[in-house]
Design a protein around this ligand. Structure first.
Ligand code: AGP
Length: 611
């Protein structure tokens, strides 16, 4: 998704902006641009280029061509208007003296554009963002802040804006509404960024802008105002992320690095939450009485986070006997959901900035639900708007395809199911104890699975040329199949579907023919015989079957399937946490063998901040 960086200080701005944009590349983008104020000419120098950042960097000789110590930069992921040089940001006003970078969407841009055209303002691009630049100039009468304020009263939608004006080169203006923006505080310099990774090498002192806030950045500090232009004191926090953790650390791809980091991520996520044989959540937002009184649990999320919710539903219902509904966040808002003060809404998001998920959260809150979020990015919008946040502590996840965030989200929801189950008395004490023991062993068991990655690589080499892959399973194995299928299609571009194994025969089995690849997920012991009978059905129609089961079932599975990968035995609750690892590795190796751009798959973005 789009990335913003801005700098005002003593050094040349362009190389700093390019470096910041480089750190944001992982978000996904299709063009990039920078605007820098040149004091000698008194004008803004704007350079933009479609394609990867290096195209822009080469054009401006790594920034050496643009002289000036204040500027803004942007990586764009197209929404309004195709990826092109002219549609890239910064967008400028007709005179060229105002430059704007923008994340989000201006929903009423068409109406505003018509208004400006009727006033004789010519437009160069197809973007919604150009409307903002033109409108600021339209209102500008020597006071930039007041012009920006007037524009904010007219634009609707989601936006994080970085604004630079040639008439006021000793300041940058930042605005936030429904799209994240961070302010960075340095020695004799200030920064703005859509994501802390963009500025982490320059400063660790940051503050998070709230919706409706406007900030004026200068070389000596940052002033912040609320939507009524009243000064706001911002809390400055120290970011303690390890910079190297956001780099590849010797691996060929971030995705592989992040797959391999899962044992450590799970330790970080789980260990502090199991104490003296109990699941512990500090300052839980619901009292035991409120938990008992819950009539319903909703889980809302998108993509892989939604798949975590699908697994979580099975666990939560089994262990708490409370009804659980899982909804795609993009649908939730429009389905008139039944939410009351006796509904717990669990919002899951790695980035904490997914717009659909954020909108669902707000809808749930409006209807009276209690919001508990499971989030990776600390201080993100979803985290800040929740009644309770359970951080996953997976560390920065850079690859677009999520792996360690999925695993840690899953761990948190499993812990939550145990916590509720214990409190409600719906989980037998022996099952609770054995689940906690299994949890302690989980990171090591994940390490065991990872140590057999060569087996998965071998299977990938057998099947990477297939055009279509089906994942089948029942119950938690089915929910897991959804993630296995998404992982494969998003990075290898192979068509793939996940089906409840028993549902195939109601239509989809007509697609099975000689050579079809079916990945059969058969880890859940109580459903193993049922799933294997579905495996026989697809085998007898010519499919090749790659099966995933537990070690104790290897021999009998091998009699039917063409290939078998096993995971160590564990309690039912944690089977998906082990099974997902070979599926991630399979997708990774298949994509590698097909020569795909693994960390930045086409058309995808890490953080999806548009509806
Ligand atoms: C999965 O690999 C994708 N990156 C995607 O489905 C992702 O899970 C989804 O966009 C939700 O993102 P979030 O967890 O940051 O809200």
């Amino acid at each position: 998704m789009c990335g913003i960086v801005g700098y005002i200080g003593q050094e040349q701005a362009a190389p700093i902006l390019l470096d910041g944009l480089k750190r944001l590349e992982y978000r996904g983008y299709d063009s990039a641009g920078v605007a820098v104020y040149n004091r000698e000419t008194g004008t803004l120098s704007v350079r933009k280029a479609k394609g990867r950042l290096h195209v822009l960097a080469e054009q401006i000789h790594d920034g050496a061509d643009l002289r000036g110590t204040v500027g803004v930069g942007h990586t764009r992921w197209a929404t309004h208007g195709a990826p092109s040089d002219v549609n890239s940001h910064p967008q400028t006003s007709r005179s060229g003296k105002i430059a704007v970078v923008h994340n989000g969407i201006i929903e009423n841009y068409a109406e505003l554009k018509s208004f400006l055209i009727s006033k004789g303002v010519p437009f160069a691009s197809e973007t919604d963002t150009e409307v903002v630049a033109q409108l600021i100039e339209y209102f500008y009468q020597g006071d930039l802040l007041s012009a920006v304020g007037r524009v904010l009263h007219r634009i609707q939608g989601a936006y994080a804006l970085g604004i630079l004006c040639a008439d006021c080169p000793d300041q940058l203006i930042a605005v936030r509404k429904d799209s994240p923006l961070i302010l960075g505080y340095g020695e004799g310099c200030s920064f703005l960024a859509s994501d802390v990774t963009a500025i982490l090498r320059r400063t660790r002192q940051v503050s998070y802008m709230e919706d409706g806030e406007i900030a004026v950045l200068t070389r000596t500090g940052i002033r912040c105002y609320d939507h009524l232009m009243q000064p706001v004191d911002k809390e400055i926090v120290q970011v303690d992320w390890d910079v190297d953790a956001a780099e590849k650390g010797g691996y060929e791809h971030f995705m592989f690095k992040e797959i391999m980091e899962q044992p450590e991520a799970l330790r970080r996520c789980v260990s502090p939450r199991i104490r003296d044989g109990e699941v512990v959540f500090e300052d839980f937002c619901l009292s035991p009485e409120e938990i008992r009184a819950l009539e319903k649990i909703y889980i809302v999320a998108c993509g892989s986070s939604y798949h975590v919710g699908m697994v979580g539903k099975y666990h939560l219902e089994r262990l708490t006997r409370k009804p659980v509904e899982v909804a795609l966040a993009s649908e939730f808002r429009y389905m008139d959901p039944i939410v009351s003060e006796k509904t717990l809404v669990i919002v899951i998001s790695q980035s904490g900035e997914t717009l659909d998920t954020m909108a669902a959260l707000r809808e749930a809150r409006r209807r009276g639900g209690k919001i508990l979020s499971i989030v990776n990015v600390v201080g993100s919008s979803i985290a800040r708007e929740s009644d309770q946040v359970l951080y996953t502590w997976a560390g920065p996840e850079i690859a677009v395809a999520t792996t360690k965030a999925y695993s840690t989200q899953l761990a948190v929801i499993c812990l939550l199911a145990l916590y509720f189950g214990k409190l409600l008395g719906t989980i037998p004490p022996a099952d609770y104890r054995s689940a906690l023991e299994a949890f302690q062993a989980l990171p090591e068991q994940v390490e065991q699975v990872l140590s057999r990655k060569d087996d998965i690589q071998y299977y990938a080499s057998q099947y990477f040329n297939h055009d279509s892959v089906f994942f089948i399973g029942r119950n938690i194995d089915y929910a897991l199949g959804l993630e296995g299928s998404l992982k494969l299609k998003e990075i290898s571009y192979i068509h793939s579907e996940a089906y409840a194994a028993g549902e195939l025969k109601h239509g989809t089995i007509s697609l099975i023919e000689d050579g079809s690849l079916v990945v059969a997920l058969a880890a859940c012991p109580r459903l193993f015989p049922k799933t294997m009978s579905n495996v026989v059905e697809v085998k007898s129609r010519g499919a090749s079957v790659l099966a995933l089961t537990t070690e104790d079932r290897r021999a009998e599975t091998g009699q039917i399937a063409d290939g078998v990968f096993t995971i160590p035995g564990t309690c039912e609750l944690l089977l998906p946490s082990l099974s997902v690892v070979p599926l991630q590795l399979f997708a990774y190796y298949v994509a590698l063998m097909r020569g795909c751009d693994i960390d930045k798959p086409r058309n995808l973005a890490k953080s999806v901040t548009v509806e």
